[in-house]
Every structure is written in structure tokens, then in C-alpha cells.
Ligand binder design. Sequence first.
Ligand SMILES: Cc1ncc(COP(=O)(O)O)c(C=O)c1O
Length: 384
Amino acid sequence: VKDATLLNHAPLSKLAADNVPLVGPIYQSVKFTTKPWRALSPAELKSSYFYSRESNPTVRQLETALARVSRREDAVAVGSGVAALSCALLAQLKAGDHVLLFVESYKPTRHLVRRLLGKFGVSHTMVSVAEAARLQKHLRRGKTRALLFESPTNPMTRVVDAAALAAFARKNRILTILDATFGGLHNHRDVPIDLMVQSLTKFAGGHGDVMGGAVLGRKELLAPVREAAVHLGPVLDPHAAFLILRGLKTYAVRWERHCRNAQKVAEALAIHPKVARVLYPGLPSHPDHSLALRQLEGFGAVVAFDLGPSFSGTERFLRRLKIFQVAASLGSTESLAAPGELFFAGDLSAREKKLAGITRNTVRLSVGLEDADDLIADLERALK
Ligand SMILES: Cc1ncc(COP(=O)(O)O)c(C=O)c1O
């Protein structure tokens, strides 16, 4: 054969059965060959790889790792956290269904339910987490199919009683979907939520250089989610899956440091005269502190606060930060600051913003892994 043919068919390295790499390889291949299809047993058909939009060994390694750490039966990994939310919702809902959600949720999540699903005949009711214990009156008989919530919430870090919501949903035969991104991978393990959603872009990847998302839960509930993912196509690339798998190795150490730094930053802000209010679930002054102590192992990286009345808006303050970078996202190594109203509340009415507790002076921090004293000094300098 000629060079062009030869070079297109480089033989794969063959490893003996007991000679295995310690780090899983990146199966950066779209296609996989098998023995003739007709010769495959049903079990082989199920476990074989054919085409990477449907399944890929590196992505599968990640799914297995996520299911194990979250103590769920299985996981479906996709290209972003929003893709995970949309696959979960589209798989479980149909025209005529009704969804309950909270004002205190990520803006694209609200968009997905209010705008996109609305176009396909799914109705919704959006209430504040302050009403979480009184949801009964918002149920629509025979129609309410799902309760979608976050904990802690983006951006104001409210903690929702996940076990109480799960019990309420079970009693009323509605599906619970918890976006657990702010609480990381190890929290909410024992809560009987039907589907858990994670943005892997945050604490799982951890370095701000890769996007991914996952839906976790019982296999039976995940089957339609996987089907939706295969047919809608928000694939997680194997190289991205590899980077997230690499991130997972340091997850526990990073989580601890994020939480320690965030606690110190929150405490420093709480006593600063130019700060009107600080929300961090680890502060005793947080409205859900006692619930957070029961429900969470570590309070996460996000601290929300309101600048005091000497500021009219967040811009002047944000422009003076040097270590904190002004950007969206959270849970990566570097510290970030974002204007709360501009980034997270553009779709909310004045009344809804009030319910969510977001003002023009609200700042959301994602506290990174730098030295906490340097971070506090940066904030104090900008406040001055
Ligand atoms: C709570 C929450 N859910 C979902 C997402 C979406 O994740 P992604 O950006 O990976 O789509 C985010 C992103 O900030 C988030 O904060």
C-alpha cells in the first residue's frame, strides 16, 4: 500500500491484559468497530461502543466516577450544565405538564422553563424559596409533573430543605430535579431526589478550562434522559471528559480550600462598614445557616454581598479589584466577581428581583484558591 493509506491506518498499541495505564486514555475517536453486528450477543450490543454521540469509553469513565461520588445509580454526561438541565427537562416533560420552580435559580434555568418549554405547551409557576414549605397551593391537579430547584441557589446562596421538598414531591407524585452545582458533587447524597443535575464546568473541572454537565439518578429515570441527549446531541467531547476526570482527582482538596477561603472572605466582609449585607451559608447571620449545617458538608465558594449606600451600583467597585477577575462562573481556581443584577437578574421584574433579594448593589463572588489574606486585601482596597 502507498503512504497515504499506510499513514491513515496506524496500528493501535496493544497492551497485555495485566498491563494497564494508571490514567485512563482519551478515546478521541468518533467511531468504533466491532465484530459483525449479527454476531454480537444482546449483552455485547449493550456494552459495545459504536459512535461517540451515543457513548464513548472516556465519557463513560467520567459517568461512572460521578455516579460513585454522588451515590447515584448512574449518570449521563453532556456538554454543559445547561445541556444537562435541558435534557432532564425535555426527557421528563410533555405538552400540558406544569412545573414548579423558584425565582432563586440560575437565569438560563428560568429561561429554559419560562421561554423554551413554554413554547411547547409546558406551563409553570415560579415562587420564592420563602414559600418552599407552602407549595401545596401551587399544585395543579393532574398537571404538576416536576419540582425544579437549586441548593444553594445562584446567586444569593439560599439553602433549600432538599429532604423536605423530596418528601413533599413524593407525596404528591411529582418528580424532583435538584441542580446541586453550588453544593459540589459530594453533598445531597442521602436526599431521595429523583434527578440531580451538575454543571461540571464548576467544581468538577475546577480549572475554568472545560465545560460539562451531568444528570444523575436511577437508571430507569435516566434512560429517557440519555435518549434525549443522543437525539438532541449536546455531546461531551472525550477530551473534555478527560480534563474533568483529571479535575476530579483534586476535587476534595480544592473544595476544602474553596470553603475555607470563602468563609474568611465572608467574615471579613460581614464586619466591613461599607458592606450592607453578606450572604454565605457558613455565616451564622445567613437566613438558612442552621439548615446549611445539617444539609451541607462545606458551604461552597460563593459569597454574595450588597455594597452599602455609598455605592450606587457595582461598577466602580468591580473596576477597582485586582485579584478578583470580573467574570461569570464559579468553582475554578481563580477568584471571580460578578455584578448580581446585571449578570443574574436581567429577566426578572422589579417584584421578582425583590423576592430574589438581588439589588443594583449586589455582588457575587466565587472565591478561588489564592491566599485568603490577599483576597481580603483586594476587596478592602476596592471598597476604600
Ligand atoms: C446553578 C447553576 N446551574 C447550571 C449552570 C450552567 O452550567 P454551564 O455553564 O456548565 O452550562 C450554572 C452556571 O453558572 C449554575 O450556576
